[in-house]
Design a protein around this ligand. Structure first.
Ligand code: CTP
Ligand code: CA
Length: 224
């Protein structure tokens, strides 16, 4: 009934987690990034380890720190770096939780020298990054795959579409509409949607509490 209260319910399980933003290089000193703090992913890693899981935490640049014997921390910068690190660990993972705010686009060309302010305008051509989560959904066998969805409108509809398109077991809808939720805060307003169509909406909570709710739900589903 209350799996999360059991002793180390995730002992022996390998959980892969992505966190933070990615930085996409423009030239040797500049990048395209976003305001993701990494907090949500780091909280998920801490809760997972406290429940006995072997955690691989792959994160873009953040100020978060973590030190736990069960957490292997792999820092990365770009979406491609994150893609490579994730794919090195996915096959042996039991659960993958992709909470990173991966850049959707990167500069098509990275300037080898610092770009000079020669003209009054500068046009950067961008191309899509690889969708890490979708790439896992396409190859998953036994893994329980969890994604996040950041939405500002048509939230449920868009999240359900992502769950299906990326072949996920569970998606966490992050509602940016509600004040107090989002990138820079310590709180999130989430809704869990699973592949059977169950929708579970939560109140505004701290990211640590959201992490506990999420692991509670994952434990219920993988033990069911
Ligand atoms: N994601 C990923 N790789 C990318 C982009 C997104 O792994 N290149 C993952 C995120 O970590 C998240 C999920 O996909 O778990 C959804 O991210 P989101 O930005 O909400 O959706 P997108 O599929 O990128 O679509 P859009 O931004 O257009 O809404
Ligand atoms: Ca996106």
């Amino acid at each position: 009934e209350h799996d999360i209260l059991d002793k180390l319910p995730l002992k022996g399980k390998k959980i892969l987690i992505t966190a933070g933003p990615t930085y996409e290089a423009i030239d040797p000193v500049r990048f395209i990034g976003n305001h993701s703090s990494g907090k949500m992913g780091f909280e998920i890693a801490k809760v997972s380890a406290s429940l006995g899981a072997n955690v691989v935490l792959i994160s873009g640049p953040t100020h978060q720190t973590v030190s736990h014997s069960l957490i292997k921390f792999i820092p990365v910068e770009s979406a491609q770096d994150m893609y490579d690190a994730v794919h090195q660990h996915f096959e042996t993972a039991d659960v993958a939780i992709l909470s990173a705010a991966v850049a959707d686009f990167k500069p098509k060309q990275v300037a080898l020298q610092k770009i000079k302010k020669a003209d009054n305008t500068l046009t950067l051509e961008l191309e899509k990054t690889k969708d890490i989560l979708a790439s896992l959904g396409a190859i998953k066998t036994h893994q329980f795959l969890v994604g996040f969805a950041l939405e500002t409108n048509n939230e449920l509809e868009n999240s359900k579409a992502k769950l299906k398109a990326k072949n996920l077991n569970l998606i966490v809808l992050n509602s940016l509409n509600d004040s107090g939720a989002g990138f820079k805060t310590d709180t999130n307003k989430v809704t869990f949607i699973d592949d059977k169509g169950s929708v579970n909406e939560f109140q505004l909570k701290t990211k640590a509490e959201v992490a506990k709710d999420l692991l509670d739900e994952i434990i219920k589903q993988i033990h069911a």
